[in-house]
Design a protein around this ligand. Structure first.
Ligand code: URA
Length: 438
C-alpha cells in the first residue's frame, strides 16, 4: 500500500477500506506521511466525500491515534454537549453547571475561539485565576468530586486531529463533512462520554451556513455516535443573529452570571434549557426531554446552577469573588455607543460581521498567537424584531484600542438592517434529530 495509490483512489471517487484509512491516519500522525500528501488526500476527500462506513473508520483511526479517557469508575451516565460554534455562544458555561447540578456528570473538553466564533476556554480564562490546563488524572478527579470539569484539549488526546486540523486550516479543506465529523466525534469519544447532545448551528454566523448542509452534518455526527454505542441527539439551531446580547470573553461571563441568576436573555435560555433538558434525559435523570427541560428551569430558579458554577470556579482555581461581584472587573478603556440613526424594526443582524468586528476590538484572534483582551467586545441592546427609535443606542463597543473604534462602528452599523414594517424573527430551535432521523 502506498499513499500515492490511496490518494488517487479517493481522487477518482472510490471507496477506501478501513485498513487504507488507518494507513493514512497512522502514518500522518507518526510523521511518516508528508504534509503535501496529506493535503492532497484531504482535498480528495473534500471533493469526493466519504460514505458512512468510511467516515466511521476515519473517526476510529483518529480516536485511536491517542489516549482514550476511561471514566467508568465514576458512577452515572456521563453526557457532554458540543456546539459547532457561533457568535455569542456561551451555552456551555450555563449548561454545564445546570446538568451537573441535576446529577449528570459532565466531562467537557472545549475549544478556543476560531475565526469569528468565540471559544469556551477563552471565556472561562477571562475569570481571574481560572485554569483549563489540568491533566487527564486531575480532570477525572474533579468530575468525581463535583460532577463536572471544563478543560482544553491535551496533547495526548486525538493527536491526529491537531495535525489534520492545522493542515485543513491552510489548505481550504475545513468545510468537508466527513472531516468535520471525524474531527468532532474523535475528540468527544476520547473524553469519556456515554452520550452526547449536539448543537449544529445554521445561518450566516455559523460554520455551516445552509440548512441542508447543517442537517447533513448533524446526521453524520449522530450516525457515528450511535455506531460507537453512544446515544446522540442533535438540534439544528439558528445563528442568523448572535446568541444573547453580549459578545466578548468577560462580557459573556457577565451574561452567564445573569443567566445563572435567572435573568438570562430569552434566546440564550431557550437553547440552554433545550440542550440541558436533552442531556438530563440522556443522563437518566428525566423520563423525557420535556421533563429534562422542566428540571433545567427549576435548577436555575432554585439557585442550584449558580451554586454549582461557583463550585466549578473554585475547583478550577478561579477567583469566585469576581462571580459574586462582577462589577469589580476592570472595564475596557473605551466604551462607545452606536445610535440607530433610523426608527423602525430590526430586520436582520449579520452575525458573521459582528463576530469579525468583535475580533478587531480585541475579543478574538486574527493570528493563532494573538493574545485575547478579555474586557473587550460588543453589547447588543436590541435584537431582531425589536422596535427602535433613531436616537436609541443599539450597540455598545468595548475596546482598549482607540484606533479601531471608528471602523468598528461603521461595520456594526452596516451589519444591522432596519425596516419600517414589523419583523418576525426565525425560529431559534429549528429541529431535533436523533437515531430515528438517519
Ligand atoms: N470543530 C472541530 O472540532 N473540528 C472541525 O473540523 C470543525 C469544527
Amino acid at each position: 500500500m502506498t499513499a500515492y495509490e490511496l490518494i488517487s483512489k479517493k481522487r477518482d471517487g472510490h471507496e477506501l477500506s478501513d485498513e487504507e484509512i488507518a494507513f493514512i491516519i497512522d502514518n500522518f500522525t507518526q510523521d511518516n506521511l508528508p504534509d503535501y500528501q496529506m493535503s492532497a488526500f484531504l482535498m480528495a476527500v473534500f471533493f469526493q466525500g466519504m460514505n458512512d462506513r468510511e467516515t466511521m473508520s476515519l473517526t476510529r483511526s483518529m480516536l485511536e491515534s491517542g489516549d482514550i479517557v476511561d471514566l467508568n469508575e465514576i458512577p452515572g451516565i456521563k453526557v457532554d454537549k458540543h456546539s459547532t460554534g457561533g457568535v455569542g455562544d456561551k451555552v456551555s458555561i450555563v449548561l454545564a453547571p445546570i446538568v451537573a447540578a441535576a446529577g449528570v456528570p459532565v466531562p467537557m473538553i472545549s475549544g478556543r475561539g476560531l475565526g469569528h466564533t468565540g471559544g469556551t476556554l477563552d471565556k472561562l480564562e477571562s475569570i481571574p485565576g481560572f485554569r483549563v490546563d489540568y491533566s487527564i488524572a486531575e480532570y477525572k478527579e474533579k468530575i468525581a468530586k463535583i460532577g463536572v470539569c471544563l478543560i482544553g484539549q491535551t496533547p495526548t488526546l486525538v493527536p491526529a486531529d491537531k495535525k489534520m486540523y492545522a493542515l485543513r486550516d491552510v489548505t481550504a479543506t475545513i468545510q468537508a463533512i466527513p472531516l468535520i465529523t471525524g474531527s468532532i466525534m474523535s475528540k468527544k469519544l476520547a473524553e469519556g462520554i456515554d452520550a452526547l447532545v449536539l448543537d449544529v448551528k445554521t445561518g450566516k454566523g455559523a460554520f455551516m451556513q445552509t440548512y441542508d448542509k447543517s442537517v447533513e452534518l448533524a446526521k453524520k455526527l449522530i450516525a457515528v455516535g450511535e455506531q460507537f454505542g453512544k446515544p446522540t441527539i442533535a438540534y439544528i439551531t439558528n445563528m442568523n443573529e448572535p446568541l444573547g446580547n453580549k459578545i466578548g470573553n468577560w462580557l459573556e461571563i457577565e451574561e452567564c452570571i445573569d443567566a445563572l441568576h435567572g435573568h438570562g436573555p430569552e434566546d440564550l435560555m431557550e437553547i440552554t434549557h433545550q440542550l440541558s433538558g436533552a442531556m438530563i434525559y440522556l443522563g437518566g435523570k428525566a423520563d423525557s426531554i420535556e421533563q429534562g427541560v422542566s428540571i433545567s428551569k427549576e435548577i436555575i430558579q432554585s439557585g442550584k446552577a449558580y451554586q454549582k458554577f461557583l463550585e466549578i470556579v473554585d475547583e478550577q482555581n478561579g477567583d469566585m469573588t469576581y462571580i459574586q461581584s462582577p462589577e469589580k472587573y476592570k472595564k475596557a478603556k473605551f466604551i462607545s455607543e452606536i445610535k440607530a440613526g433610523q426608527s423602525g424594526y430590526i430586520q436582520s443582524m449579520d452575525a458573521l460581521e459582528i463576530g469579525l468586528t468583535s475580533v478587531s476590538l480585541g475579543a478574538g484572534r486574527q493570528k493563532s498567537d494573538d493574545i485575547i483582551d478579555p474586557e473587550t467586545g460588543i453589547v447588543l441592546h436590541k435584537k431582531i424584531g425589536r422596535q427602535i427609535d433613531s436616537d436609541e443606542t443599539i450597540i455598545t463597543i468595548h475596546t482598549n484600542k482607540e484606533n479601531v473604534i471608528e471602523r468598528a462602528k461603521q461595520r456594526l452599523l452596516k451589519s444591522v438592517r432596519i425596516s419600517d414594517a414589523p419583523v418576525n424573527n426565525d425560529r431559534l430551535v429549528i429541529e431535533k434529530l436523533d437515531k430515528n432521523s438517519i
